[in-house]
Design a protein around this ligand. Sequence first.
Ligand code: KG4
Ligand code: ZN
Length: 346
Amino acid sequence: MAVVLGIESSCDETAAALVDGERRIVAQRIASQDDAHRPYGGVVPEIAARAHSERIAPLVAAVLADAGLELGDVDAIAATAGPGLIGGVMVGLVTAKALAMASDKPLIAVNHLEGHALSPRLADATLHFPYLLLLVSGGHCQVLRVDGVGQYRRLATTIDDALGEAFDKTAKILGLGFPGGPAVERLAREGNPKAVPLPRPLLGSAEPHFSFAGLKSAVLRAKQAGSHVDADIAAAFQQAALDCVIDRTRRALAASTGLTALVVAGGVAANQTIRAGLERLAAEFGLPFVAPPLALCTDNAAMIAWAGQERLALPAFTPDPLDIAARPRWPLDPDAAPVRGAGVKA
Ligand code: KG4
Ligand code: ZN
């Protein structure tokens, strides 16, 4: 049975994993760089790239040793080739190219977003196409219709900040440190979401997209006003963000036909309040709700190896050339219409 080695290095996790065709994660290791970036309150690209280059080779050796395998036993080598912080992406991709060349195995250059998009199928063998995917991470906030491997239609995106970015900025405003999402979620448990009035940008709008910049600014004003406790601000922010996510996703569901499930993926999918809200929304439409286990939501290499498996299983599979370039931007749906607003993420 085919075993794919996956490598992930697009942000601040260096990760390697081996996944087989039966959806077994044979081995996986993740080296987080949180400690290196914490003093700066965010990911510093140069520090990230350096840390990836120090860690990647020992990590690959370690997962092979964990599985009792040699490089020659692996059937393909998959690595994130973008989008992401370009220095880090290059480290992972160049490592994969070297391994592919040395072992004469196929190279599979994976779109990081495709890794997230297909990760629910790694955890759930019953998830079939087409499904509606809410992809919410530090850099992205998109609704995609997933019709098959490599077939993604973007129905909505953010016109300003990504959802994870809004969580991270709220954490920064509240002095909760880095990484912010889990800290905001923890503090929100102790707060009253109704205690602080916050806006819900684009709620009920006829256009499909997301916007979080106005919510973030309102969080800043609420903090500066000095009349609210931080836990209430965190809870109110999370509730407002959830309301926006539900409204926008409901709009996409109402406009779609033939779906098998509502699926959430990406780092923010680790948030229990957001998961619970989406589960209720799926029930409204009579659809199953699928969310990967928490460890598969945030960046990891198992999802990259699995995307490699999905590609390998295509009848028309062809390996990627060894001179394929790393890409800082790489939209999953290149044909999607551009959206209004500045600072739009691919
Ligand atoms: O997918 P991911 O690991 O990296 C990117 O590709 O961006 O997502 C990281 C993002 C960060 O913004 C982080 O704050 C957010 O996911 N996140 C959360 C939670 N866990 C991670 N946001 C809200 N609640 C969480 N529990
Ligand atoms: Zn990610």
